[in-house]
Design a binder for this molecule. Structure first.
Ligand SMILES: [Zn+2]
Length: 407
């Protein structure tokens, strides 16, 4: 999967922000020293302005050239060197970035703010280079200098998430929640809920079931739309022999996120089979289909169920309906062929299928991350690329016939 053109730009903007913040602090410092004329020389040089412009337009090589010239005009200009280092990092020249930022740390008379921003840059260099421990250390050092540094907290949280250290990530997220205003509450609650769910999954792996259940319950309490927490909660309850409790959790999932119904249906089918009442599964699917006529997943689940319980004719009806709702779904086509084989490839039925599928266009990876556009064949709860929680949606295409009609 290609990283896409967005990351360097975003990083450059962050570098800019950090640079401007440092610029403010540095201005005071220089004024104290009475050397502000030198500083103006660097800031007023066209190289500095050109460099920043190249940076935001993502012309990295030109940016490096101009910023290097600006840095030569005033070798003291901390912000310019800091941005240069960041640009090296984003270009993949990590050791060079580390060199530049470490050299800045050696400067005498750094203010606390300057010190913490240079450390922040260094932490990002280490992170980019894969030196996780050094990166952690740098971000923690930033927090010792300025305990409420939002960036340091955010990067620390991400680092812990990447290491699957959910408890630490959770603690830091809480800190960020306390620091931010009430307007960010819903988003924060959702992230905390996913971290609770991850903690529960870890507990379940260690077979600490009571702990696990507590985390899953906390997750849905924090944010009632935390879909995987309902799944997991049901799984734990079933492991503890509580079939009714499991069913309750999965029914709640269907209620809060009906578009993910198939996840609950897979489990309900197994549960009803175990309990020797498979007909209740078919009944549940029919009830859902009646309430959401556009849904194809429940039809696919029901079709599969009917086909496995020796009712291929009834199965085919639901599957062809599903196909009409989602002509691009390869799983639906596969299920149809299974059923057609069960029916000895009855010519009339095969004909019916071919007509339903005529205008379908196939695609393989229908799940897409809303934040970074990463594509995935399966539904993921955390994006492996940008690490955002719950950012995947399923891409739906209009039937080919429909889009031709619109042209
Ligand atoms: Zn993403």
């Amino acid at each position: 999967m290609d990283v896409g053109p967005y990351l360097p730009l975003i990083a450059a903007l962050i570098a800019l922000l950090a640079g401007l913040a440092i610029g403010k602090a540095w201005e005071r410092y220089k004024l104290r020293d009475g050397r502000w004329i030198d500083r103006r020389k660097a800031r007023d040089s066209q190289h500095y302005v050109l460099g920043l412009n190249f940076l935001v337009s993502n012309q990295i090589d030109l940016a490096i050239e101009e910023l290097s010239r600006a840095a030569r005009v005033d070798t003291d200009a901390l912000e310019i060197h800091m941005i240069l280092g960041n640009v090296y990092r984003e270009r993949g020249q990590v050791s060079r970035a580390i060199q530049v930022h470490q050299a800045l740390l050696q400067r005498p008379k750094l203010t606390r703010l300057e010190h913490s921003y240079v450390l922040l840059c260094l932490g990002l260099d280490y992170k980019r280079g894969g030196f996780v421990d050094r990166s952690l250390e740098a971000f923690k050092e930033v927090l010792r200098l300025s305990p409420n540094n939002h960036y340091a907290l955010l990067y620390l949280q991400k680092l812990h998430e990447e290491q699957h250290q959910w408890a630490e990530a959770y603690r830091i997220r809480r800190q960020l929640v306390d620091l931010s205003g009430p307007d960010t509450q819903p988003r924060n609650q959702a992230i905390l809920a996913f971290l609770e769910n991850a903690l529960g999954a870890d507990a379940l792996k260690d077979n600490r079931r009571a702990d696990a259940a507590r985390h899953f319950e906390a997750a849905v309490h924090l944010d009632s739309s935390t879909t995987p927490a309902y799944l997991n909660l049901g799984d734990v309850r079933l492991l503890d022999g509580d079939g009714a409790g499991a069913r309750e959790a999965w029914e709640q999932l269907i209620e809060v996120s009906p578009e993910r119904v198939h996840l609950a249906l897979e489990r309900l089918e197994r549960l009803f089979d175990q309990q020797g009442v498979p007909e209740r599964f078919a009944e549940r699917c029919r009830r859902f289909i009646a309430s959401r006529p556009q849904d194809w997943r429940a039809r696919l689940a029901l079709g599969g169920h009917l086909s496995r319980s020796g009712q291929p004719r009834a199965a085919l009806d639901f599957l062809l309906d599903a196909l009409e709702q989602n002509p691009h779904g390869l799983t639906v086509h596969q299920a149809v062929w299974t059923v057609l084989l069960q029916l000895d490839l009855d010519r009339a039925l095969v004909q019916r299928y071919i007509e339903s599928a005529r205008d379908a266009v196939f695609f393989l990876d229908p799940h897409v991350c809303l934040k970074c556009h990463y594509r995935s064949t399966e539904l993921l709860w955390q994006c492996p690329h940008c690490h955002e929680w719950n950012s995947f949606v399923e891409e739906r295409m209009a039937a080919a016939r429909q889009s031709f009609a619109e042209l």
